[in-house]
Design a protein around this ligand. Sequence first.
Ligand code: FES
Length: 286
Amino acid sequence: TEVFIVYRILEKKELAPKHIMYRIEAPHVARKVQPGQFVIVRAFPNGERIPLTPVMWDREEGWIVLITFVRGKTTMRMANELKPGDSILNVAGPLGNPAPIEKFGRVLAVGLSAGIVEVFPIAKALQEAGNDVTTLHVAPAPMAILKDEFTESVSRHIFEGFEIQEGWGTKEIVAEIARRGAEKVKELLSEENFDFVLTVGPAGAQKAVFNVVKEFGIPMHADLHPIMVDGTGMCGSCRVTVGGEVKFACIDGPGFDAYKVDWDELIHRVGFYTDLEKRALEEYLK
Ligand code: FES
C-alpha cells in the first residue's frame, strides 16, 4: 500500500533568469536530509523524474527548498505550469551520501553555474563545523543567486560573473565558466592557503578547476551529476568510473574524491545526455 502524501508548493519565486525556487512541503525529507544528499522529483503523472538538491530546509515545519535551472522539458513545464498551492506528484528521498562535514581548516567551495545551489547546504554546514569557508560562484552576470544567503552563512562569498556574448550557446558559456573558474581558483590558491576544495557544476568546468587544484596538491571533493533516473542504483544511467572502479553516482556518491574520477569518461557521457535534454526541450517548444 502506498501512503498518499501531498507535496504542496508553499512558495515559488524566480531568483534569476532560468532559476526557479520552490519551497515544498516534504516532512519526511526535511526531517532526515543531510548536506550533499538529493531527492528525485516527479512533478507530473507520466513525467520524467529529475534529481534535485534540497538547498534549505526546516525540520520542524517540514519543508524543503528546491531550485531548478530551466534546461529541459520537465524543468520548463514546472516553471510554466506549477504555482503556489499546487502539488508535486512525488518527492523521493533523501538519496545519496552526505558530503564530508569535517574539520578541514580553510575551505574553498566552488559553484560553477547552477552548481552553486548544491554548494549552499554543504558550505553552510562546513562553516558551522568550525571551518573558515570561502565560496566562489562562477556564472553569467544575471545569474548571481543566493548572494545574501551565502554572505550570512560563510566567511566570504565571491561572485565571478561575466557577460554572455552574442551568438554564444551552452557550449561557449560552459567553456567560459571553465576558463574563469580555473583562473579565479588559481589566483586564490596562489595567494592564500586552503586545506580543502569542493566543486559542483558542469563536468567540463569541474575538470578545469581540478587541473588547477591538482597542481597545488590540495584534497578535492567533486559532486558529480551524471543523468539520474531511478536514484537507487538499478538503472545504471549514472555510472561513473572512480579509482578504476564502476560506481553509481546516486548510491556511491554524488560526491567523490576528484583525484580518482575519470573526468574524460564523465564528460563524454554527460555530453551525450545533454543532447537528449536539448531535443526534449525542442519538442516541447514545437
Ligand atoms: Fe539509476 Fe543511479 S540513477 S543507477
